[in-house]
Design a protein around this ligand. Sequence first.
Ligand code: PMP
Length: 306
Amino acid sequence: MVDKVEKIWLDGSFVNWDDAKVHVLTHTLHYGLGVFEGIRCYKLGSGKSAIFRLREHVERLFDSAHICTMKLEQSPEQVAQACLETVRVNRLEECYLRPLAFLGDGAMGLGATENRTHLTVVAWKWGAYLGDEGLKKGIRAKVSSFTRPGVNAVMAKGKVVGHYVNSILAKREAMAAGYQEAIMLDGQGYVCEASGENIFMVKKGRIYTPALGAAILGGITRDSVMTLCQELGLPVVERPITRDELYIADEIFMCGTAAELTPVREIDDRTIGAGSRGAITVKVLKRYFEAGRGEGKAYPEWLSVV
Ligand code: PMP
């Protein structure tokens, strides 16, 4: 259960948590055309809090809306301010932020174009998405029987509400079989990403990840990881990855705003590397958590101080 906070930002002003309600004919609820973001806010060493890579998340929200031909009423600057205000008003030190743009009620049917595009920003406290133990020991993942839809089936570069049916089916299947996460392949069998994370593999000191041309979300954590790997002198190669390459990798990790950086110790009952957090994974993971809290080499453009 999500712990309630006091206020939710909705269409330009704050309402009480319990009053942030929508009509059952909300268009997005029926057909899935809506766009959203997941953002984290961390407490810095200075005691202040900062939203991590806010600018990039807002930019992707607008890109997702553009892909979906949705027009937001707000400017990117107003959405960024709404996120900062939501943290401030609720006096949160660390939290997860969920901006969501959705089509309201009014007309029904797929051809409806006049319904209002609402925007909300909700904040709540969210710990390690794949569990504290997952962060420490690594998780067990399963290659999904559900295929990631092709690049011209869904627009994977958009973070679109309806896309997540595919991810949820994969996640539920994996969990029911006793695994913590699902790995999605494309129609040809190449590795795309996990249900809500991008994936990286380490082999002989080199780091590999599928290129943005694959049917994957352009993860902002993926981008942060690539920058941090460069800083650490670790080469990252973007190229297609096969399922069996995962099995024989030295290390694998998943990354996303919610999951942060989570090591994978087993895939389809095959131990990955030594079966625990690998040395390179730990190095990158450490730097990722430092960067979010403004420690070590500074990336001031990544931190929007609340
Ligand atoms: N892929 C999918 C399908 C996701 O839902 C997410 C989470 N937004 C990611 C990758 C990782 O993206 P990010 O690092 O921007 O959170």
